[in-house]
Design a protein around this ligand. Structure first.
Ligand code: FAD
Length: 286
């Protein structure tokens, strides 16, 4: 299996800037994210505080970023990383059943504004999960609820419905649904996950559904779940000025390390993280 020098998780300004600098320093770089780069980029109505690019919409700034990465031959791998394990000399990055390897990792995952559902953290691993396709076999013949924040998770729901006896799909978005027959769509707000040893119920604002499991599918995974052992401080990944996390070879940049939440701060930290990863790799060689 190919072992990358630097794996970057997240395709916002932090991740893109890290990729650019890793590439300029001749490292073998892979970047995971999505084709729109970042919802927080394409949704910005007007940007005036990014040096050199002013009076510009998010879509226009995205186009500039795209030209830049294309110029350097960087392509984004359209995958959501579910978990990252430090193996000593390298890291493994898991995308459902697929695996990637890299000598260093830069976390540039942004921040999730949506708060966890009550009971989400309490029942994590006891009926609550973030990767429906990974855990679907555990729910063969059972009832599952999927709380989905993005249309592209419909594919995952369709797969789970092949194994589960009953599937409730709770979309937190307004778009046309492309779901298999038999999947029950509930347009309601999830409030609480309940149970005893394991999950037994999802409470919504207008109804309750008995369920054996709840999958919460967002574009990002909470950092502490993404990288076991990662130190978090006040809700953000703890880093020093070189963007080192508490795990050797693992760096972080952008909104995920703390406020202010701004493009240029994210991009600046992406640069620092990439240069730190390069030094780390070079020191390992000597
Ligand atoms: P993000 O841009 O959030 O990018 C993170 C990316 O990583 C996302 O695409 C996410 O899907 C992906 N990702 C997360 N987890 C994973 C995973 N496990 N696997 C793969 N990919 C993953 N800032 C300004 O400076 N000026 C402005 O004018 C401005 N206007 C804004 C307007 C709006 C409407 C919003 C919402 C924000 C605005 N911001 C503005 C803030 C700015 O958008 C953020 O600070 C910036 O996007 C953060 O960049 P980032 O790279 O750290 O993270």
């Amino acid at each position: 299996m190919e072992r990358y020098d630097i794996a970057i998780v997240g395709s916002g300004p932090a991740g893109l800037e890290a990729a650019i600098n890793g590439k300029i320093r001749n490292k073998n770089v892979v970047i995971f994210g999505n084709k729109d780069f970042s919802a927080k980029l394409v949704k910005a109505p007007l940007i005036n505080n990014y040096l050199g690019f002013y009076d510009i919409t998010g879509v226009e700034l995205k186009a500039k970023f795209e030209q830049h990465i294309n110029y350097l031959g960087i392509t984004i791998v359209n995958e959501r990383i579910n978990s990252i394990y430090a193996m000593g000399e390298y890291f493994t990055l898991m995308v459902n059943e697929k695996m990637y390897e890299a000598k260093t990792v830069i976390l540039a995952t942004g921040v999730e504004y949506t708060k966890p559902i009550a009971g989400e953290e309490e029942f994590l691993g006891r009926g609550v999960g973030y990767c429906a396709t990974c855990d679907a076999p555990l729910y063969r013949g059972k009832t599952v609820a999927i709380v989905s924040y993005n249309k592209h998770f419909e594919e995952e729901a369709n797969f789970v419905s092949e194994l589960a006896e009953k599937l409730y799909y709770i979309p937190i978005y307004e778009e046309e649904y492309k779901l298999r027959e038999g999947i029950e769509i509930i347009k309601d707000k999830p409030l609480k996950i309940e149970g005893e040893d394991r999950v037994t119920k999802l409470v919504l604002s207008k109804q309750e559904t008995p369920t054996d499991g709840v999958f919460i599918l967002k574009d990002s995974v909470p950092p502490a779940q993404l990288v076991p052992g990662l130190e978090i401080e006040n809700g953000h990944i703890k880093v020093d000025r070189e963007m080192n996390t508490n795990i050797a070879g693992c760096f972080a940049a952008g909104d995920c390390t703390g406020k202010p939440y701004q493009y240029i701060k994210s991009a600046g930290e992406g640069l620092v993280a990439a240069l730190s990863a390069v030094s780390y790799l070079d020191n390992k060689q000597h």
